[in-house]
Design a protein around this ligand. Structure first.
Ligand code: CU
Length: 160
């Protein structure tokens, strides 16, 4: 009698577990990011990460914060033109449903400030994005040459 009751309980919890997975976010819904950066010139304390976000979900996502273990600060920057002077400023990043947002040299970028160590050519680094509403996505970005102007090809020649 007792065993039957346990079995029933088990079935119920498996059922609710399945329901939970069906209605919660699946990995397929998480925003994607293909990122890259330039190798740090000597003495550089900041770096920019470029790339492309894609939101495969059915509603827009807004980036709340970025975690990068290799710098003190990581945030989205937008370029601004103030009286002919080009500058940059923290900005908001929203990726519409099924849409892409590009980060490019001279445009929006992820600013890494106060690097702990230079970014090395050929290395891959991890970034974590926290999205409004609680989604968290983890990504890698790849580092190319100091003067890289397009995404580098993946290489595993990391000296790190
Ligand atoms: Cu910046």
């Amino acid at each position: 009698m007792k065993i039957n009751w346990l079995d029933k309980q088990k079935r119920i919890s498996v059922g609710s577990l399945l329901l939970f997975f069906c209605f919660s976010t699946t990995a397929d819904d998480l925003p994607r990011f293909e990122g890259w950066a330039r190798a740090s010139p000597q003495g550089a304390s900041n770096a920019s990460v470029y790339g492309k976000f894609f939101n495969p979900g059915r509603s827009p996502v807004r980036l709340e914060s970025i975690e990068f273990s290799g710098s003190e600060i990581a945030s989205v920057h937008k370029m601004i033109d103030k009286d002919g002077m080009l500058g940059m400023r923290p900005g908001e990043l929203i990726v519409g449903a099924q849409e892409s947002v590009r980060l490019e040299p001279g445009g929006m970028h992820i600013m890494l400030m106060k690097l702990n160590a230079p970014l090395f050519n050929g290395c891959a680094y991890s970034l974590i994005f926290k999205w409004a509403g609680g989604k968290i996505s983890a990504h890698k970005f790849f580092v190319g040459e100091i003067d890289q102007s397009t995404p580098p090809l993946f290489s595993d020649s990391c000296l790190n």
